[in-house]
Write a protein of this length. Sequence first.
Length: 397
Amino acid sequence: MGYKIISPDIELNSADLAVIESLISDGLTVFPGFADVHVHLREPGFFYKETIKTGTMSAARGGYTHVLSMPNLNPTPDSIENLRLQLNAIEKDAVINVTPFGTITVGEKGEALADMAGMAKDVCGFSDDGRGVQSPEMMINAMKEAKRLDKIISAHCEDNSLLHGGCIHDGEFAAKNGLPGIRSESEWGPIKRDVELANEIGCKYHVCHVSTKESVEIIRQAKARGVDITCETGPHYLTLCDMDMKDEGRFKMNPPLRSAEDRDALVKGLLDGTVDMVATDHAPHSAEEKSKGLRNSLMGVVGLETAFPVLYTELVKTGIISLEELIRTLTVNPRKRFGLPLSEGLSVWDLNAEYDIDPEEFVTMGRSTPFEGKHVFGRCVMTVLDGKIVWRDEKYA
């Protein structure tokens, strides 16, 4: 065997290994299939941005074999009838495993609870991603119902009263360029509120796309108190800060890129286990929607095809984190928290391949990435699931 297997705490499926035995060459590295707990597939409702097919193909190209799809769709999955539209599309077109979230509230409007019980058996948890649950009373009711159903609340934490039309982090770049800023408290304030509620109610609670140093510390302290809490952050928050930006839509996402101090706190949180997993928040938009600079472009960037190369280049090759620990944040930790199968396919990588990220090579319909032009190491050669090749780079055929 001329390739290396790195699979912390996961035994790879023998049928998947058999597929690659005669197909890959020496010097390659095999990982378990990655799992991303925060992906926007845009179907139903926004087919011009992404589809189940293109989104899952993009995931396969990035080494992922399971993604959790976010519910800010049209119609929103707030009932089994609406959810079934998405389930049917997944069954028809997905090339990897997809489990959707249901919404916390009807239409993600924060006014009435969604039919959480009706959707429970078909969803991984509940989220109003893209909008924070503003009302403490609504979150209490949601947490109580989630606990009854033994499901997780995956919270987009954002206090609308503190946004004031901000488009990027309220920091040095915003001040220098005269742009309205988004205060860090708009994120950590709701997390602080929800930590107390989750502790009181005893529900499973997960924080989406953590971006501030205060958020990391609140979660660290909550874990020390025994609160059933986990969190994710994204590759861009771990490797970029607001001073890396240009006035281009590809640097605009929600939450925004924060300060270098915030970035460093997130890395420290990843190293000490406060930050449990890395999720991409893959959020494709059309070229026109991302062409209006930082002030007027829609929020969201793509990330499935760049996540591992960026993290490997910036965190592993620099000696900040071991390869094994990085793989654990992409495989074991998300799967255990969200109850996904531990052994679920594999991906094969050429870690010596180096190249500049070119969005025109992406499989996703989205092209907007803050990593455009970045020089990285690591190319996915092949992704295998259930004994079938779901992605293969023909350069290695």
